[in-house]
Design a protein around this ligand. Structure first.
Ligand code: CDP
Length: 806
């Protein structure tokens, strides 16, 4: 070896593979304003569409008059449900097995529902046209409170379902009922409650909120009449699914549909489903023969596209007097709005809510979920969450604190006492999941040591005494949260969307010079896939990450995949990437053996190439193997070096974490200060620690927003009162607390590189940490549970109700 020969460390570092804090390659274009978003697309002759929307939350549509609108210069067409009926597209199927109006058909069911689509030569003309469409409405009574949806005299919302006693998920109990979903053992659970020394019961609500990505939902549809082909550029988290859905509902051959997701400015679940805007833009393009662009504004996004949560969870825990949990019973009332358009895998009407036993070893549990219709926007998407997991984590984490309060024990100690133990993995939960791996005690103790938890409790006791003596008006809360996530939808035996199994895919094509391109069925919306996917390949095949170009989002070139949401990308596509790379490596080994004139078994892998065992100087780098793949492969072998993998995971992955929020609340104003927030995450093998930290920061910021004020609120008349960023809390750097991050590593035993997802974890664990901090602070004044969101006003109100403010 001469001085110039790189060391093993240098060779490893040059790859920028697993574990490297590789800088995000996509940021080169994003930080220079060179991203390419849907609204950047300008096609010759492109038209623009805009919606007439209903001001009423529930009304009969008596007439729609487009005469004056069509006189506006530039307005070319006004599309209504009647127009869509001519192509059989007035209604569309939802991912949850329901149907949804594309444009109001006889009535409207929520405020800002789409009523007509005005097509014009520019956006301004379309807006002017919208103002001139005259719609005559006859208002009807509204249902906003889901607890009133199934009252005997409740107004009938879905007249189209008249007489249907069963829906996609079984029998319906009432005309505004969607489904009942039951899991677990009722008898055993009831018996556990009968025997219990201690029980708690609380109705824990997770209010309605919205993913509100900075880039709203949008598309450009361009129909080529000559070729009979439809190209759609759109903000799609799952472009292949959109292609299939468009093919099925528009009856166009799937090969004639090209779906392209360019750069996407955040998704958080909002961009999974199909919206009326996509259908109307496609129909308008087919009718006019011109490309048609539809871009939502902020109010439209917040009030009419998929919301998140609106779960009302009556939660009971049975326990021994020593604090050992013996049973869990939960009933959820789920408000799905006007149409059941939840974006969950088809068989799961309440997503993975049955992870509600959380990190605790409940011997028995029973869960029922009732879904109901209301006069609110449809949706129910996994806003930075894996299909209702954040609701489940909030439910159990609040309930464990309530139990700790009742038992008079420390909430962290109660959790430690009830955790699933390391030796119990793979762990079978009472509600049917198999947790792959975990070490909860280590994570919790690390959190407690790193934050000096015991000292914080001491300080809290002193502050409480000072408050009682009248020396301070501040109360201090410690919000403990320990969550178990379930991500990586999913094994095809459990999960499909409209019958398509939820696998994912990767195709890698290596070029002669030792560079390559890799394409996946996923689609980044800011998660940094271009950076991290190349890192997996770098470590697997010894080619520097910089030499691997990652491409996602074009259905013509990417292999079929189910897209990116619910932290499924790393568990599913990440595995497909490793498996495709291993196929490349296996062929590379045959080529290397031929070139080095040895048997394959005589070769060993050494960072970036193959070496002959016992003869260290006989080495062939992967770069050289790539060249050989194109000029001198063994006789009988096909030239070239490429591979595809479609990966159907054997199980989900179960990341977990221990969070602590330290908060002070001024009882006279309700103003809170988040003094400290510590987040320990375990997502198994870490691909890029810097990106993980970024994911955690982002997820915690959204959790902070949701817990402390972000809400889609309706007044009693059905008006959305938080429909713009003036009212909908969107934290900036000014409000956002400082985040301390930490980690442990418990690899997934079934994932090829041991990785679990991470993107959703901070939201799942963060919301209960904030809410528990507020509730912990107020518990000292005698309260058991205060509903989220905990904005200043509500904090003040709570203090007043508890007698702390005159
Ligand atoms: O599906 P989505 O991309 O939203 O979530 P994810 O699989 O949790 O990945 C989010 C980002 O974090 C991706 O860039 C991953 O590669 C990265 N990540 C990582 O570096 N290590 C992990 N163990 C998990 C995710």
């Amino acid at each position: 070896m001469n001085d110039m020969t790189p060391t093993r460390e240098q060779r490893t570092a040059a790859l920028e593979g697993l574990g490297c804090k590789r800088k995000r390659v996509e940021d080169i274009r994003f930080t220079q304003g060179k991203g390419n978003y849907v609204d950047d697309l300008k096609l010759p002759g492109m038209l623009h569409g805009d919606f007439v929307r209903s001001p009423h939350p529930h009304a009969r549509v008596k007439s729609i008059n487009s005469e004056e609108a069509l006189k506006v210069p530039g307005v070319l067409a006004v599309i209504t449900a009647e127009t869509l009926k001519t192509v059989n597209l007035a209604w569309m199927p939802t991912l949850a097995g329901d149907v949804q109006m594309v444009l109001a058909d006889g009535k409207v069911l929520y405020q800002n529902q789409e009523v007509a689509f005005v097509v014009a030569t520019d956006r301004y003309a379309a807006d002017d046209g919208v103002a001139k469409v005259v719609v005559e409405y006859e208002p009807l009574p509204v249902i906003i409170d889901p607890f009133k949806a199934m009252a005997p005299d409740a107004p009938v919302l879905r007249e189209d379902l008249a007489g249907k006693t069963a829906g996609a998920h079984g029998p319906r109990k009432h005309y505004n009922h969607i489904f009942e979903w039951t899991v677990g053992d009722k008898e055993l659970t009831d018996a556990a409650f009968k025997k219990a020394d201690v029980t708690i019961k609380e109705m824990i609500s997770y209010h309605r909120t919205h993913p509100s990505p900075l880039e709203t939902c949008q598309c450009v549809c361009s129909f080529d009449k000559i070729k009979g082909e439809l190209t759609i550029w759109g903000t799609f988290q799952a472009p292949h699914v959109i292609r299939t859905v468009v093919s099925l509902i528009a009856k166009l051959p799937e090969q004639k549909i090209h779906v392209i997701s360019p750069d996407i400015g955040g998704g958080f679940g909002n961009k999974v489903g199909a919206y009326p805007g996509y259908i109307c833009a496609a129909v308008a393009s087919i009718v006019t023969g011109k490309p048609v662009k539809w871009v939502e504004d902020r109010i439209e996004n917040l009030t009419a596209t998929s919301f998140a949560r609106d779960y009302h969870m009556t939660t009971e825990i049975a326990a021994t007097k020593e604090g050992r949990v013996t049973g869990l019973r939960v009933h959820v009332l789920a408000d799905h709005g006007a149409f059941d358009a939840c974006a969950d895998p088809s068989k799961w009407p309440a997503g993975f809510f049955n992870i509600v036993t959380g990190s605790y070893d409940f011997p028995v549990a029973h869960l029922t979920v009732d879904g109901v219709y209301s006069n609110k926007a449809p949706g129910g998407v996994a806003y930075r969450c894996s299909f209702r997991v954040t609701e489940a984590a909030y439910c159990i984490e609040r309930a464990m604190d309530i139990l700790a309060q009742k038992l008079g024990v420390d909430p962290a100690e109660l959790r430690l006492k009830n955790f699933v133990k390391p030796e119990q993995f793979p762990y079978h939960s009472a509600l049917g999941w198999e947790y792959d791996s975990g070490d909860y005690h280590t994570a919790m103790r690390k959190m407690m040591e790193s934050t000096n938890y015991a000292a914080l409790r001491k300080e809290q006791a002193e502050k409480r005494a000072a408050f009682k003596r009248g020396e301070t008006r501040e109360i201090m809360g410690l919000g403990v949260s320990f969550f178990t996530e379930i991500v990586g939808a999913g094994p095809s035996k459990n999960c499909d969307i409209l019958g398509i199994a939820m696998f994912d895919s990767c195709e890698i094509r290596m070029h002669p010079t030792g560079a390559g391109i890799a394409r996946m069925g996923t689609k980044s919306q800011g998660q940094g896939h271009e950076t991290t996917w190349a890192q997996i390949i770098a470590t697997e095949i010894g080619i520097p990450a910089d030499n691997i170009q990652v491409e996602e989002g074009n259905t013509d070139t990417a292999p079929y995949g189910l897209g990116t949401y619910g932290s499924r990308s790393t568990p599913v596509a990440g595995a497909a990437i490793a498996m495709a790379a291993r196929k490349i490596k296996a062929k590379a080994q045959m080529i290397a053996a031929y070139k080095l004139e040895v048997h394959e078994d005589d070769l060993e892998w050494d960072i970036d190439g193959f070496r002959v065992k016992g003869l260290p100087e006989k080495f062939m780098s992967m770069k050289d193997i790539c060249w050989a793949a194109y000029n001198s492969v063994p006789p009988g072998m096909e030239p070239g070096l490429e591979a595809v993998s479609y990966y159907d995971p054997p199980n989900m992955t179960y990341p977990f974490g221990a969070y602590l929020c330290v908060m002070d609340i001024d009882v006279d104003t309700g103003v809170y200060k988040i003094r400290r927030f510590y987040a320990l995450d375990d997502c198994g093998t870490r691909i890029n620690p810097m990106i993980i930290e970024g994911q955690v920061h982002g997820g915690l910021t959204e959790a902070f927003a949701i817990a402390m004020g972000q809400e889609i609120r309706y007044d009693e008349a059905g008006n959305v009162v938080t429909g713009s960023f003036m009212d909908f809390f969107m934290p900036t750097a000014v409000e956002t607390p400082h985040w301390e991050t930490d980690f442990t590593v418990t690899p997934s035993p079934h994932h090829p590189i041991g990785a679990k997802g991470v993107g959703e974890s901070p939201n799942v664990g963060g919301v209960p940490a904030f809410s528990n901090a507020v509730n912990d602070a107020f518990s000292f004044l005698g309260s058991t549970h205060i509903q989220m969101p905990h904005d200043y006003w509500r904090n003040w109100k709570a203090a007043k109700q508890l007698g702390a403010v005159a």
